[in-house]
Ligand binder design. Structure first.
Ligand code: 4AD
Length: 427
């Protein structure tokens, strides 16, 4: 730190003076410490000779209360402005917070005209309202909480896989395959049309690349952006979303996949609830929508199933073979022609995960690919089955749908920093 700068007024704001995060000031610092904080003013209140500010810096939901002399009450010190404050951290006389910062110096480093600023002091704006301002909504408590939760959930998921011996694979964003075959591809337009010599697309799933790796590792995963040009204005579809995908080798049982999904969800959610309790609580108190559902037929079916089972997560397995993509494993032993596939349906969003065992038997796969006219395109995929093929399977989980479900957020657009969907690509 640079305690000197604090005592020598000339160099008061020298850039090496140590800065403290609001979160640390609130939780772990001793009273009497001289600190410098930088953040944004969330409220200003004048009382007798004192000025009370709440300052947030994004590190915690709770702001830091700053007490300054009323003389400082300048025109620039308004809701939303950016400030740099030096003072002493003291025990607060009020019950509302344990500590407060008694400021010796308050500098406004970025003004904010409260008339033009779309958010108003002490008002609770709806998620729908703040969505209109993708460049500013991170300044609100609710969206700032969401972003902290999203970051923590990302770490929780990576930790889960690391702790369970999975190797992370960076699957490509640009690809020449259409894994799901659902025709929702974004085609990549290259200025030089001969650049790749084949048409290329933004990935709809990293599954096929993970399957390549399942031929060399027992367990792999990927967690990255995924793109689908879904022409849907629904509250659970994005054109760019993050998908968590896992693939495990040497497994012949769908049950292993179900266990993996359940364990991943339980472990990550427990981590989230213990590390972001305050932020998660904000959503449960103020934001939860009362579980509205979309209205397309498929969603209605999912809704029925989840309700029927008591509003808990439900696994649906063994779908009709013809409804599933070419990679799904044929359940040959069942009376009806089904595939070893599974969907996990959850309250609020419906389908959260989709997965299957993959067809590892070369003859069966060959027949299926030939039937779909895909033999040539997927010659490499078939070859995976000819060199040391092992039974394997995996699943994908929509990360935004996961957040939607855990937080009770009505619209998926409110779970991602910058939402993209049909007819909407702001910023
Ligand atoms: O069920 P899907 O299409 O499965 C696959 O892509 C498999 N290849 C995954 C695998 O086995 N490795 O998608 C998986 C999940 C869905 O259950 C859903 O949660 C999410 O991805 N998802 C979307 N999320 C937001 N917006 C969209 N447009 C989504 N499409 C799918």
């Amino acid at each position: 730190g640079c305690s000197l700068c604090i005592s020598l007024s000339k160099q008061l704001y020298c850039s090496s003076a140590r800065r403290t995060r609001v979160r640390d000031a609130l939780s772990s610092l001793e009273t009497g410490s001289s600190i410098r904080i930088q953040g944004w003013v969330r409220s200003v209140r004048s009382q007798k000779n004192n000025l009370f500010l709440h300052v947030s810096d994004g590190s915690s939901l709770q702001p830091l209360q700053v007490v300054a002399s009323s003389d400082l009450n300048t025109r620039e010190l308004t809701f939303g402005c950016a400030v740099d404050i030096i003072g002493s951290l003291e025990k607060s006389p009020s019950k509302k917070q344990s500590v407060e910062l008694q400021a010796s110096h308050v500098k406004v480093i970025g003004e904010c005209n409260p008339v033009d600023f779309p958010f108003k002091i002490k008002e609770r704006h709806s998620l729908e309202y703040i969505r209109q301002y993708p460049h500013l909504r991170c300044r609100t408590n609710a969206f700032s909480s969401l972003l902290r939760i999203r970051s923590e959930a990302t770490s929780a998921i990576h930790s889960y896989f690391r702790d369970n011996g999975f190797v992370q694979i960076h699957t490509p964003i640009i690809t020449s395959n259409d894994c799901e075959g659902a025709g929702e591809l974004f085609q990549v337009e290259v200025k030089n049309p001969h650049f790749f010599s084949v048409p290329s697309y933004l990935t709809v799933s990293g599954q096929l690349h993970l399957e390549v790796m399942a031929g060399a590792f027992p367990a792999v995963y990927t967690f990255g952006p995924t793109f689908r040009a879904e022409n849907s204005q629904s509250r659970r579809h994005l054109a760019e979303f993050y998908m968590v995908e896992a693939e495990i080798s040497f497994t012949e049982s769908l049950e292993d996949l179900l266990k993996l999904m359940e364990d991943l969800l339980k472990t990550s959610t427990e981590h989230l609830l213990s590390h972001c309790a305050e932020d998660v609580e904000l959503f449960h108190k103020y934001v939860s929508p009362g579980h509205r559902w979309g209205c397309d037929l498929q969603t209605e079916h999912e809704k029925f199933l989840v309700k029927h089972c008591g509003d808990v997560p439900v696994f649906v397995t063994d779908y009709p073979y013809d409804l599933k993509p070419f990679y799904a494993r044929d359940n040959q032993d069942q009376p009806q022609h089904t595939a070893a596939a599974v969907d996990l349906l959850v309250p609020i969003v419906g389908e959260l995960c989709g997965g299957s065992l993959r067809e590892e038997r070369p003859e069966l796969l060959k027949t299926r690919l030939a039937g779909a006219g895909l033999e040539e395109t997927y010659a490499w995929y078939l070859q995976l089955r000819e060199f040391g093929s092992v039974p394997h399977g995996g699943f994908g989980m929509g990360f935004e749908r996961y957040l939607q479900c855990v937080l009770g957020v009505d619209n998926i657009k409110d779970t991602i920093p910058f939402a993209r969907s049909s007819r909407s690509c702001l910023l």
